[in-house]
Design a protein around this ligand. Structure first.
Ligand code: HEC
Length: 142
């Protein structure tokens, strides 16, 4: 019966559409946070000296960076190697703590609070560029 087959095909397509919609609804907030983090990385000065993350960490953090003559490793695996001991801070710090410290130091800005949507977004962005990197707390930057 072709009518039944057509009906079954339409029902199948509707089910697939519903599944696709619920999958994208589940992903959207995370994708939104990652996109916001990428935007902040490139543009936010946090009320400081006009620098952004991109001023020192080039290519969205995926390329090696530079401060003056000092070369910096990329941030490609940063999200995979924290927490780590910071000699500067004299203690073990999280990725969020490192980002706050760059905002205080490098940007001379006011760091967003832990749990704030800005800090979550930057952390989500750093996590997104580290996809597939080996997780190794205390490991070396790439
Ligand atoms: C003025 C230059 C400068 C700016 C601007 C800057 N950073 Fe950094 N960043 C550094 C330096 C230098 C280091 C190396 C660690 C240190 O000395 O604190 C570093 C280290 C890091 C690390 C750790 C890398 C690793 O693998 O250990 C992360 C993550 C990071 N920065 C994120 C950011 C983010 C996000 C921003 C923007 C909010 C930013 N930085 C802005 C200079 C900067």
């Amino acid at each position: 019966m072709p009518a039944i087959r057509i009906l079954a095909a339409a029902f199948g397509a509707a089910l697939q559409l519903a599944a696709a919609q619920s999958a994208s609804a589940a992903e959207t907030p995370l994708e939104t946070a990652v996109a916001k983090g990428a935007h902040l990385f490139a543009t936010a000065t946090f009320g400081g000296n006009g620098r952004t993350c991109e001023s020192c960490h080039e290519g969205g953090g995926k390329a090696p960076g530079q401060v003056g003559d000092r070369k910096l490793p990329s941030l490609l695996n940063a999200a995979a190697i924290y927490p780590r001991f910071s000699r500067g801070a004299g203690q073990v710090i999280t990725l969020e703590g490192q980002v706050q410290s760059c905002i205080k130091g490098g940007l001379a800005g006011t760091p967003p609070e832990l749990g704030s949507s800005d800090l979550v977004a930057i952390t989500a962005y750093l996590g997104s560029i580290a996809k597939g990197q080996q997780v190794e707390i205390g490991g070396a930057p790439k």
